[in-house]
Design a binder for this molecule. Structure first.
Ligand SMILES: Nc1ncnc2c1ncn2[C@@H]1O[C@H](COP(=O)(O)OP(=O)(O)O)[C@@H](O)[C@H]1O
Length: 198
């Protein structure tokens, strides 16, 4: 039963993550369920993806790089230059190999929850957006708008969050993983196509 699995995993995660990260994970899991209700996606799969998305967040950047090398998780040069994104890829590995999650949709959503990617599935988008809008978040200026838009249109929300993230990372002078730029171009095109159909 997936509900029992979720309750067991929640206990395991609580002992691994710091309290605020655990709180964030639970908050993302329920935000995922709300979006799953809105968009007719499997509620428990969405909850599980949200709960586990940051399961690798307790490691430092160098630990993550070492662990990926040890377990044969391929990293791009860009990921090594911007290691803040690696917890997503290694989290997907841990979810599958340590926590026994076999569903490829859940593994995919965890793997792309930080950078996004082109051609995201419904669950990929639900998790990416839930991570941004969950109720404990308070930093981004556009949160009220994104919280509203998330329940109107997933693609438009992806487009707006990715645009804002690229601006934010650019202003900070951070090294940007090109996957986010590719994701932005993809959703820009999706928005253009939608406009043309109107
Ligand atoms: N494309 C990117 N390139 C480099 N860093 C990024 C990129 N996207 C997000 N980040 C950074 O990765 C970190 C983790 O992001 P994320 O997983 O969304 O947050 P959280 O772990 O708090 O849920 C943040 O510090 C963010 O600024």
């Amino acid at each position: 039963m997936i509900t029992e699995q979720i309750i067991t995993l929640r206990k395991q995660l609580k002992s691994k993550l710091d309290p605020m990260r655990f709180e964030h994970s639970v908050s993302v899991s329920f935000t995922c369920t709300a979006l799953a209700m809105r968009y007719g996606y499997d509620i428990q799969k969405a909850e599980l993806a949200g709960l586990m998305h940051d399961c690798a967040k307790r490691f430092t950047d160098s630990e993550l790089i070492q662990k990926c090398q040890k377990h044969g998780v391929a990293l791009t040069e860009a990921e090594i230059k911007a290691p803040a994104v690696i917890h997503a890829k290694y989290g997907a590995y841990l979810a599958e190999n340590k926590y026994g999650i076999q569903d490829p949709e859940i593994i995919s959503a965890i793997a792309c929850h930080t950078t996004g990617k082109p051609d995201m599935t419904t669950l990929d988008k639900i998790l990416y957006i839930a991570d941004y809008i969950e109720p404990r978040r308070d930093k981004a200026d556009n949160l009220p708008q994104m919280r509203y838009l998330a329940f109107q249109d997933l693609d438009e929300t992806m487009y707006e969050i990715l645009k804002g993230t690229l601006q934010y990372l650019g202003k900070k002078g951070s090294t940007i993983d090109p996957m986010t730029m590719q994701a932005f171009s993809y959703f820009e095109e999706v928005m253009k196509q939608k406009e043309n159909k109107k």
